[in-house]
Design a protein around this ligand. Structure first.
Ligand SMILES: [Mn+2]
Length: 349
């Protein structure tokens, strides 16, 4: 029995909203779904598992019609879905009453339910979120019958406010495979047969690294699965160390030669090092170096402390510098020193 496990597609989300490529990013989430549907069709997949947060928020009726017609097109492959915290099943959601195709099994109950798939000798267990926050460890005390069928758990969560998950407890429950959603980075526990597949496309600038889905097989030899990359975009953090002579234009030119111009890469730039005390780096100038989602300035002002101490030998500034600029000063003291000097000194110091 061959399966594809996906989750956290967040259809309808708008990553990089306000940036010039935002429309492309929104479309990329739908493209990821189309890629998975194509993989099901072309690779002879029997079962498509969607472990929550299929939609970023309550789906629209027309969106459900859209996905349902694609699900219908991959029959006889079976599809099992649960709702996660983002697309949780509130009473007014069209999720609750949608007439799905016969090969689609939506586990809409708020308590453990199952989809029995006799043609695949498989039972998929799971339930849906009906509210965005669930603090109870609802997956901690499960066990499956030894009835000769394959048992899969479809589940969503893994942090304190979205069903805390203990891997040890899950591993003991006896599932052939546990298909998890909610965590956007892929995390595979091959021996335990448990995995978070991660989102197939990164959702925002904190979603660093590659994204994809899981393809697996359950048979007499047990369950084997691997992660398959499919994302169009990839967010990459880049740190730039500046010096007191650096300017915004220089940083932009340096980045132009350093960043891969392939539009799939989206960069998050972090500036570190020391700058002229009155230097303000212009983010818009730096951004022109490529597809840069943000520029975070963590530079420290390069004060000439000896000169300042001499010039201010009769006031608070010199005492402040002596107090904080000790050879054993840590990062916190250095920061306090820079912030303190910014506050104490007139703007043209
Ligand atoms: Mn989630």
């Amino acid at each position: 029995m061959r399966f594809i496990h996906t989750a956290d597609l967040h259809l309808g989300a708008c990553p990089d909203s306000g940036l010039p490529w935002a429309a492309e990013r929104k479309q990329a989430l739908w493209d990821a779904f189309h890629t998975i549907i194509r993989a099901v069709r072309e690779e002879g997949i029997d079962l498509l598992l969607i472990a929550g947060d299929f939609f970023h928020r309550r789906p629209l009726l027309r969106e459900l019609r859209e996905v349902n017609s694609l699900f219908k097109s991959i029959a006889p492959a079976q599809v099992v879905i649960i709702a996660g915290n983002h697309d949780c099943l509130q009473p007014s959601s069209p999720y609750a009453s949608f007439p799905w195709a016969v090969n689609v099994h939506f586990l809409s109950s708020r308590t453990m339910d199952s989809a029995v798939l006799p043609e695949l000798n498989t039972v998929v267990h799971g339930f849906s979120y009906h509210r965005p926050i669930i603090r109870d460890a609802l997956y901690d005390h499960l066990s499956v019958p030894q009835d000769g069928m394959y048992h899969i758990l479809l589940a969503h969560g893994g942090d304190d406010t979205h069903i805390p998950i203990r891997l040890n407890a899950l591993a003991k429950a006896g599932f052939d495979y546990v298909a998890l959603g909610h965590i956007h980075q892929p995390r595979l526990f091959s021996k335990a047969g448990i995995a978070w597949c991660g989102s197939p496309e990164p959702l925002d600038r904190t979603d660093i690294g590659r994204r994809g889905y899981i393809r697996g097989e359950i048979g007499a030899a047990g369950c084997h699965f691997r992660w398959v990359p499919c994302a169009i975009a990839e967010y990459k953090p880049v740190t730039v160390t500046v010096t007191p002579s650096s300017t915004s234009l220089q940083i932009r030119q340096m980045l132009e030669s350093r960043l891969d111009p392939d539009p799939r890469y989206l960069y998050l730039i972090r500036l570190t090092g020391s700058r002229e005390p009155d230097m303000v780096f212009e983010k818009e100038t730096i951004r022109q170096a490529g597809r840069i989602v943000d520029v975070i300035d963590e530079t420290q002002p390069a004060y000439d402390l000896d000169r300042l101490e001499e010039e201010h030998s009769h006031d608070l500034v010199a005492r402040f510098i002596r107090e904080l600029n000790r050879p054993d000063a840590g990062d916190l003291e250095k920061k306090a020193l820079f912030y303190g000097l910014q506050a104490l000194l007139p703007p043209d110091a």
